[in-house]
Ligand binder design. Sequence first.
Ligand SMILES: [Zn+2]
Length: 164
Amino acid sequence: MASARAALSSAVRARRYDIVEIKHGSCHCGAVQFEVELDRGFEKLWRCNCSLCRRKGAIMASVTVDRLRVTKGQDKLSLYQWNTRQAKHYFCGVCGIYTHHQRRSVPGEFGFNIACIEGVDPYAFGNVPIGGMACPTHLSIPVRSNNRLERSWFSSGEVRRGVE
Ligand SMILES: [Zn+2]
């Protein structure tokens, strides 16, 4: 684990010259702070309609795992895992705000809550796709008020196609 972390940080150092922008983020109470490195602004903005994300309602962007660092409050982060337990959903254990998660569908990426990023107005993004570019099948999922359809989708389809 330590060697993996060292390898990651040296990879980050090697790439320093390409970095265009570092954005700072925090939870609501400030116990958890993090930074993300971006080359071309926020990429792959998406919302997710899995049973967890639909409750959070966050707009997310993603970066490769070496480009998000928790700079304060690592020990304040709580981890939530469910279903296949592959994705790692982190949130502040003090104020409860979701900050980031290691994705199930793309384990090499962290999704993060753009509303946590300094100076970002999450309401300014207009229509954000559900599912995002990483999972085109997610875009065609019918979200209906038909309870039976929703139940069947969220009990079986979520494992197969949910993007988290
Ligand atoms: Zn907090």
